[in-house]
Each structure stands twice: as structure tokens, then as C-alpha cells.
Design a protein around this ligand. Structure first.
Ligand SMILES: [Zn+2]
Length: 291
């Protein structure tokens, strides 16, 4: 079964919802970046939510980037999605280890930290992309997205995200975002609140064999959910030797000159997918001359 996210509406259009299974794309991120369990969970939750935010974008070429910096040992989490929900992302420290919570659950907030901000950059084809920064509230990721939607978009939302890693592989990953539109009526909000209050965690639902369609029907029970479309999503990096070259420009003239003199070549990895690109001495000189 491939990864997909369903987009749905309920309560006569007063509620919109995104529900997805993202096991494969999260596992690909784990494989590419060799993340520890807790780093896989933090990155996977962010990949899942950002993919849904990508699907919220209006135009085909729109892009959204989420940068979470909570001051914890994982460093920065950075994820980008296109308007089809295809995502790529990385964390600064994929080797981060923190002690689990006493109940055995991964301490994602311990890795991410809760002193910092969630930054969202929306590239919607304007000269200056929309750019908003909001304080991080928990470091567990889902609550931080909830907070972001409330503050930046004045949209009350329920966000649930989960990643379950077995010894070495992502077994289940997914989540949902349910949002109240401005015209949402009290009675529908009450039904939603009741449904959510009885809800098992997203990973438990997936573990029980529930599909995104099943989860939609559970979360929006009594609210006539209707699926608008089903979007296949994946981890997708469109890097090239030319794009990764920008990393050489970023290190500056002096450092690049040193590399040319000392190594006469360079290997640069793409931050997002770790694919390696090799540059010859003459290619490096060309980069330097164009700086
Ligand atoms: Zn790449």
C-alpha cells in the first residue's frame, strides 16, 4: 500500500480534514538520514503535517517550508512540501538520543526542545514569500502545529501525528489535521470534541488496521464526512549537481579557494536526501569565478 492523504469535508462544509498514512515516506527519510528512533519520530511527524499543509496550498507551483527550532539536541527540523504533498526534509542531528518517557514512549519533546520557534515559509509565487514565526509550545510537534494554525491562520484545529518504529524500520506513520471553518456551529464543534476525546492515538489506530478512510469516519462520526480527493504522497528530492553547487557558494570564497588548493576536488551531499555530487577542480574554479 502506498502513502496517501485524503482531503475531506464534513458538517456541511464547516469542517475540513486531512488524514493520511505516511509510513513509506517516513521510512525513506529514516533510511536516507539514518535517524535514531526519536529523530525518525520528530522528522516523520513534521513530514506528515507539512505534506498536509502542502495540500492546503492553492496553486500548483506553491511550496511550503516548516522549520522547527526548539533548542533541543536534535537541532533544526526542516521540511518542504510541494502542492501535491510531496515532501523532503532533514534534521541537524539525526543521531540524537534521549531517554524515553517513564511509560516507554519516545521523548520527542526532549529531542526537539520547547524553547524556540516554528517558522513557516510559504512560497506562493510572490516576490517575497510569506514568512511567519511562532513560539514553539511543546516540542511534541502535533501541538506545535495546532498552535501555529490557531495563531497564524486563526483556524482552530485538531492535529494528531504519529510514527511507530520497530527495531529498524518504520512500521506505522500517519496523522490527521481537522480544522473548523469560520462558520462552524456549536453543535458540530461539540460532536467533534466528543469524537476526539475518545480517540486512541493515531499509531494505535493504524496498528489496529484502520485506513485513513476509517479514521476519517471515526473522527468525524455524526458529521457526514465526504472525501474530496485522495492524494498519493512521497519523499521527493529534485536536487541536481547544479542546485547542490549552491552549498559551495555558501561556504564563501576563502574556504572554497582552500578546497581547490588542497583537495582539487569536492564531494557535496544534498542536505535533503544525502545524494552525493562530485565536483572536479575545473568545476570548482568555475564556481569560484562566478562568485
Ligand atoms: Zn537531494
Amino acid at each position: 500500500m502506498k502513502d496517501y492523504i485524503i482531503r475531506a469535508t464534513a458538517g456541511d462544509g464547516q469542517i475540513r480534514a486531512f488524514v493520511g498514512t505516511t509510513k513509506h515516506l517516513v521510512d525513506e527519510a529514516r533510511e536516507l538520514h539514518q535517524t535514531t528512533k526519536v529523530a525518525t519520530a520528530a522528522l516523520g511527524r513534521t513530514l506528515t503535517a507539512t505534506s498536509m499543509m502542502g495540500l492546503m496550498m492553492k496553486n500548483e507551483k506553491d511550496k511550503v517550508t516548516v522549520i522547527i527550532k526548539g533548542g533541543g539536541p536534535i537541532g533544526t527540523i526542516l521540511v518542504t512540501s510541494d502542492s501535491k504533498g510531496n515532501v523532503k526534509g532533514y534534521v541537524t542531528n539525526p543521531n540524537v538520543e534521549v531517554e524515553n518517557y517513564p511509560n516507554g514512549k519516545l521523548n520527542v519533546a526532549g529531542a526537539v526542545g520547547n524553547q524556540g520557534h516554528v517558522k513557516v515559509i510559504k512560497d506562493i509565487g510572490l516576490r517575497e514569500p510569506y514568512n511567519g514565526s511562532y513560539p514553539i509550545v511543546s516540542g511534541e510537534i502535533a501541538e506545535d502545529f495546532t498552535h501555529y494554525f490557531a495563531l497564524s491562520e486563526q483556524t482552530p484545529s485538531v492535529v494528531s501525528l504519529g510514527v511507530l518504529t520497530r527495531s529498524d524500520e518504520v512500521e506505522f506513520a500517519g496523522g490527521f489535521i481537522v480544522q473548523l471553518m469560520p462558520d462552524a456551529q456549536e453543535e458540530n464543534i461539540a460532536i467533534l470534541e466528543k469524537n476526539i476525546s475518545n480517540l486512541p492515538s493515531i499509531t494505535n489506530l493504524l496498528k489496529d488496521g484502520k485506513t485513513p478512510e476509517d479514521i476519517l469516519n471515526i473522527v468525524l462520526d455524526g458529521l457526514n464526512p465526504r472525501i474530496l480527493d485522495t492524494c498519493e504522497v512521497k519523499f521527493d528530492c529534485e536536487c541536481s549537481k547544479d542546485k547542490v553547487k549552491e552549498a559551495l557558494v555558501a561556504i564563501g570564497k576563502i574556504a572554497l579557494s582552500e578546497i581547490i588548493q588542497e583537495d582539487k576536488k569536492a564531494e557535496v551531499g544534498c542536505q535533503f536526501c544525502n545524494r552525493k555530487y562530485n565536483y572536479t577542480e575545473s568545476e570548482l574554479i568555475e564556481v569560484l569565478e562566478n562568485m
